[in-house]
Unconditional design. Structure first.
Length: 313
């Protein structure tokens, strides 16, 4: 083969590589232009590092203190870049009112979190759930059923019993932590109102241990939440595999509790013969009076949200 022909073939072999380089360069330029236009629209904020943004400023200290110091320098409306996630921090009462009251519907949605997706059954609870018809229906169920005057009164015996225990513990003549005592009273009352008589000490201990680990894992930044498109990092550093294991164990316990409620023909598993929270949700599920059907999955998500308060204290 002569020299010109070899030179010609060498040039042809470089064409695919050149096209890839040109495509990536144009794509990078387009993204930078788009990002520069978006930055102009954002509120002021601290200087951002490449790739990680402001994540380095959130490490090593309590987040609310870091945000307070940054707000003192950059104002009540501040922009932070947390990895790939763009965040707006609102600090003043006046600005907060604009977001949460004046324009509440426009800002009613929730961000996506790994914990909300995995542990709370794909955002089926009322806290992590996106603003939607389902969220409005669950809020209606909470106000009309779970927090109704009739249901609150039916739990009066539990509240009275817990108050007597609280007073008895204070009468022992030792120094007490009032905050801890009141929180323990509230937590125990909620636990009894949610599960009634069906949650044994073994299941309670297992559930507490599992949810404590969930709370610990969700208390900081997860790679999946701040770099959602970096799939390789998710496999190497993310909490998703462990959260899936915890979800399966929690789900097994909750399935057992719901089945115990279903096995009681009276539908009243409360300690004093009244409906507990699970009984109420199962009754709503069977009645089919709401437009969107309620399943056991939704019930388990609501149970977890109610029980998290007990775990935190």
């Amino acid at each position: 083969m002569d020299q010109p022909m070899m030179h010609h073939l060498a040039l042809i072999s470089w064409i695919p590589f050149s096209l890839v380089v040109i495509y990536l360069s144009l794509n990078l330029i387009q993204k930078r232009k788009k990002r520069s236009r978006e930055v102009k629209k954002q509120p002021p904020g601290p200087w951002k590092l490449p790739l990680i943004g402001n994540l380095h400023q959130m490490m090593g200290s309590l987040p609310h203190r870091v945000l307070h110091k940054l707000a003192q320098k950059h104002g009540d409306l501040m922009h932070l870049q947390l990895g790939e996630v763009s965040a707006i921090v609102v600090s003043s009462p006046r600005a907060t009112k604009e977001f949460l009251k004046t324009h509440d519907v426009a800002f009613a949605d929730r961000p996506s979190f790994t914990v909300g997706n995995i542990i709370f059954y794909n955002y089926s609870d009322i806290i992590f759930c996106p603003y939607s018809d389902y969220w409005r229906q669950m809020r209606k169920i909470c106000t009309q059923e779970l927090l109704s005057t009739k249901n609150v009164r039916s739990l009066g015996s539990i509240r009275q019993d817990e108050v007597l225990k609280l007073v008895s513990s204070i009468k022992q003549g030792v120094i007490v932590n009032v905050t801890r005592k009141v929180c323990a009273y509230t937590s125990s009352m909620i636990c009894r109102a949610v599960f009634g008589q069906t949650l044994g000490s073994h299941d309670r201990g297992a559930l507490v241990q599992l949810l404590q680990e969930v709370i610990t894992m969700s208390s900081g930044f997860d790679v999946y939440d701040v770099f959602p498109s970096w799939k390789i990092l998710h496999r190497l550093m993310g909490n998703k595999p462990r959260l899936l294991e915890l979800h399966d164990k929690i789900d097994e316990i909750l399935d057992t509790i719901i089945q115990q409620h279903l096995d009681n023909p009276t539908g009243r598993n409360g300690e004093f013969g009244q409906e507990d929270l699970i009984d109420v949700l199962l009754r709503i599920k069977q009645s089919r009076e709401f437009p969107l059907p309620i399943t056991n999955t939704h019930i388990k998500a609501v149970i977890l949200v109610s029980y998290i308060d007990f775990i935190l204290f």
